[in-house]
Design a protein around this ligand. Structure first.
Ligand code: GLC
Ligand code: CA
Length: 557
């Protein structure tokens, strides 16, 4: 078994983790300071979001120097110290590797835009406009054209994210070599692997013809097939595996995301194709019908438990024979899972524990997202300008003629990425102990109620529940049940209860979770032991277990 198959990952959004110099921005020293925190929680490796030099148009995913740490996060030396200290404690470190695009302030781009015959011209994708507009009707992921006009040479460059993030031209072998050299540089420095950002987009439909699908409210066509999962991506990634990853004991996790079927995920993680060890997919992330529905603000966005189970079932069946899965509830691009699938009112604690039980005994390597272990939830910002994220601001621009401010606010509060990006809530002091200065983005005002300090002092807290779940996972017979056990669903179609067993010769581990805030009866078979229960006792009536709101229990038979 390779190290990450039995490992437990934790994602850090560095600017919001812990600020140690009072500039309001989380930093490398903040992460170093908290290394014992991860060990205590039970985490074995960290994925740290991009810490490279960046003008910060898109939270550091817009990189102007791929080789150096941005001074806002510390120095290259701090990163080396972080690696050394983490390794001493047995923690491994993944960096975020962004190879699809750079910042428009990267020296390559500054040269590239100079003239059509600049040697760096083909590092990016330039095309002439059409009928006074962009070269085609493709939409970017951030609610506008996938092209940006540049006056200097009267041409457009492609950018499938923000206007300040020109896409690198992977069809150019020089670009590929640059990126491979970059990855090797970090691995040689001692990092244990990468999360590969936006990696399914490296190749485009090279005819650059219009999409024939329908335009949306932006006037452009959200047709991701024009630049996702295209055949050449697999060729590029095969080279990447051979030239960069082969013969190193490192983890490559690809963000292959939206629109990737099980079949594609298998291809991305086929040693002879994409060559990733693990892939992130998004299918389970929006099973409360909230994505994209910005006009339905009165609808109840209740989690569809049967659909959620069907997603996990599909991925399990497609992958478990010969591929490892990732299990995660959210990352920095999603709203908080507690707000989506749990309860942020009376049953905050119960529902957060329930979500942990439900997910972390399923087949796969866990990635916990910062703050999830204390049940952080969505923000209630009342001003559009508080949503400090380029995708939220672009969305606002594209929607403001169509929707009222109140509608837009509601939609952003429910779906915006900023929900996951507010500062980590360490204690009940000013700014939640995140900074002594003024935080780059407003702290969620529930920090008096929801913070690490209180929860570490309370054995019944969400934090301690996470610790329990992770400790349990590491016991050999339980790990075996999770990884090698057979998955058996209990009432797969049940609309409210998420229940399954993992079965080996030694053990049947069963998780039963109630996703609703009402009592529901459910059959309970024989059991020997109870674990990770979020109520003090079991309530049995007529040979059935009466599950109270968000009740969840793990039993062994
Ligand atoms: C990935 C990142 C996201 C970023 C985008 C562009 O999807 O997770 O945060 O905006 O790529 O780099
Ligand atoms: Ca700082």
């Amino acid at each position: 078994m390779r190290w990450f198959e039995s490992g437990i990952g934790y994602q850090i959004y560095p600017q919001s983790f812990l600020d140690t110099n009072g500039d309001g921005i989380g930093d490398m020293r903040g992460i170093i300071q908290k290394l014992d925190y991860f060990c205590e929680l039970g985490v074995t490796f960290l994925w740290i979001g991009p810490i490279y030099q960046s003008p910060q148009d898109d939270g550091g995913y817009d990189i102007s120097d791929f080789y150096h740490v941005d001074p806002r996060y510390g120095s290259d030396q701090d990163l080396k110290e972080l690696l050394a200290k983490a390794h001493q404690k047995g923690l491994r470190i993944l960096l975020d590797l962004v190879m699809n695009h750079s910042s428009d302030q990267h020296p390559w781009f500054l040269e590239s835009r100079e003239s059509v015959d600049n040697p760096k011209r083909d590092y990016y994708i330039w095309r002439k406009g059409k009928n006074g507009g962009p070269p085609n009707n493709w939409e970017s992921f951030f609610s506008e054209s996938a092209w940006q006009y540049d006056k200097l040479t009267d041409m457009y460059y492609m950018k499938i994210f923000s206007a300040h993030m020109p896409d690198l031209n992977w069809a150019n072998p020089e670009v590929r070599q640059e990126m491979f050299a970059l990855a090797k540089y970090w691995l040689d420095l001692g990092v244990d692997g990468f999360r590969l950002d936006a990696i399914s987009h490296l190749s485009r439909d090279e005819s650059f013809r219009d999409s024939r699908k329908r335009a949306d409210a932006t006037g452009f066509v959200p047709d991701w097939s024009k630049f996702s999962n295209r055949p050449k991506v697999f060729e590029y990634l095969k080279d990447f595996r051979h030239q960069v990853l082969d013969n190193r004991d490192v983890l490559a996790v690809g963000e292959v995301g939206g629109g990737a079927s099980v079949g594609l995920a298998r291809k991305f993680s086929d040693p002879l194709d994409g060559g990733f060890d693990l892939v992130f997919t998004f299918d389970h992330c929006w099973q409360n019908d909230s994505f994209g529905n910005d006009t339905k603000e009165d609808q109840k966005f209740e989690v569809q438990v049967d659909k959620l189970k069907a997603v996990f079932d599909r991925w399990y069946r497609g992958m478990h024979q010969d591929r490892m899965l990732v299990v995660y509830w959210l990352n920095h691009d999603h709203p908080r899972v507690l707000s989506q699938y749990g309860d942020t009112g009376v049953y905050r604690k119960e529902s957060a524990k329930m979500l942990a039980n439900t997910l972390y005994f399923l087949y796969g390597t866990p990635f916990i997202y910062q703050g999830e272990e204390i049940g952080m939830s969505n923000v209630t910002y009342q001003k559009i300008s508080d949503f400090r994220d380029v995708s939220a601001q672009n969305y606002y621009k594209s929607a403001k003629d169509r929707l009222s401010k109140a509608q837009i606010l509601k939609f952003l509060q429910r779906t915006s990425r900023i929900n996951a990006r507010t500062p980590m809530q360490w204690d009940d002091g000013e700014h939640a102990g995140f900074t002594t200065g003024s935080p780059w983005v407003k702290v969620n005002d529930n920090y008096l109620k929801v913070n690490v300090k209180d929860q570490m002092a309370d054995p019944d807290s969400i934090w301690h529940h996470y610790q329990k779940v992770l400790t349990l996972r590491k016991e050999p017979k339980i790990r075996k049940a999770i990884i090698h056990g057979k998955l058996k669903w209990l009432h797969l179609r049940h609309p409210d209860i998420f229940a399954y067993s993992k079965i080996t010769d030694e053990l049947t581990l069963t998780v039963i979770s109630n996703f609703r805030n009402r009592e529901i009866e459910f059959p309970l078979g024989e059991y020997r032991e109870i674990h990770c229960h979020n109520y003090p006792d079991l309530l049995i009536r007529n040979h059935k277990i009466v599950l109270r709101p968000y009740e969840s229990v793990v039993v062994f038979a």
